[in-house]
Design a protein around this ligand. Structure first.
Ligand SMILES: C[S@@+](CC[C@H](N)C(=O)[O-])C[C@H]1O[C@@H](n2cnc3c(N)ncnc32)[C@H](O)[C@@H]1O
Length: 283
């Protein structure tokens, strides 16, 4: 047994993590993960001596954190829309700004039992949040990555949802022979330009999946195809919501002219245009 208690270890860990933006928060999260403790246990055990096994496990986590690993991958989880999600390096870590896609979807006049498609579901964060909020909805969530779909399926079970089907598909490919048409299509597609990759933050480019982020030379490869094909897979009067990158709003809304109405661009919490929403005209 080590001679230090949990409080001393906590302070020492926060000091080691001093270069991160929230050293005390991260120290608490990593100690809880290393010791498999919940919040209450963490505070209750403050004056108890620390087991060497906890200290060893914590050391590994802190070393990884100091080498740049995102906290969410170290913990294997991240909260989104107030719900727990497992994450690993096969999926993008869900971002707070993507909650805008969910918020916008919930504000729409959808039918009582809407059929919803989530393209590029990753951890399943958008589909699962909608599945929780709209229990009568039927949701299909797709991704090109089987690993992502496996994790998204686990996240649906973690959140006790049974109204979502997960299907592997390259964009709309899996639906080309089907007669399915949706009330709502949502997507947070890859939208980073190949040339902007070197400018991304180190934790993003060193740890998150490139395939979840990069979309050709101009970053618009997926959104262009999504917009081009979406109206074929939407009911008349159906809605499309897409997360977009910085500087993409004008071009994306420009493509939404003839078949579309109610075109809106929504800013994120920092004021940047982040989400485009539109309605397929009813004819
Ligand atoms: C930006 S991530 C978004 C993940 C998740 N929806 C979120 O909001 O965190 C884009 C996702 O699209 C998937 N993807 C990439 N290319 C695709 C394609 N051609 N067809 C379908 N999904 C694709 C990636 O595997 C990744 O999971």
């Amino acid at each position: 047994m080590s001679s230090k208690n949990l409080e001393q270890l906590f302070r020492e860990t926060a000091a080691r993590l001093a270069t991160s933006s929230c050293p005390f928060v991260e120290a608490r999260l990593l100690i809880k993960a290393a010791g498999k403790m919940d919040e209450a246990e963490f505070f209750r055990r403050m004056s108890e001596p620390v087991k060497p096994s906890l200290e060893r496990k914590l050391n590994q986590l802190v070393r990884k954190r100091l080498s740049g690993w995102p906290v969410a991958y170290l913990l294997g989880r991240r909260e989104f829309w107030g719900l727990p999600f497992r994450v690993n390096r096969s999926v993008l870590i869900p971002r707070p700004e993507t909650e805008l896609v969910v918020e916008k979807a919930l504000s729409l006049p959808l039918p009582p039992e809407p059929l919803i498609l989530d393209l590029g579901t990753g951890s399943g964060n958008i589909a699962i949040s909608l599945g929780k909020e709209l229990p009568a909805a039927r949701i299909i969530a797709t991704d090109i990555s089987l690993r992502a779909l496996k994790l998204a399926g686990e996240n649906a079970r973690l959140n006790q949802l049974t109204n979502i089907r997960f299907i592997q598909s390259n964009l709309f490919k899996a639906f080309e022979q089907s007669k399915l048409s949706f009330d709502l299509i949502v997507s947070n597609p890859p939208y980073v330009a190949q040339d902007d990759w070197p400018e991304l933050d180190r934790p993003v480019k060193d740890f998150e999946p490139q395939k979840a982020l990069i979309a050709g030379r101009d970053g618009l490869k997926f959104i262009r195809q999504l917009v081009r094909k979406a109206s074929t897979f939407l009911k008349p009067g159906g809605f499309l919501i897409i997360e977009i990158g910085a500087g993409q709003a004008a071009e994306v809304t420009g493509w939404l002219e003839s078949d579309w109405s109610e075109i809106e661009v929504l800013p994120d919490y920092s004021g940047f245009p982040r989400v485009v929403s539109a309605r397929r005209v009813s004819r």
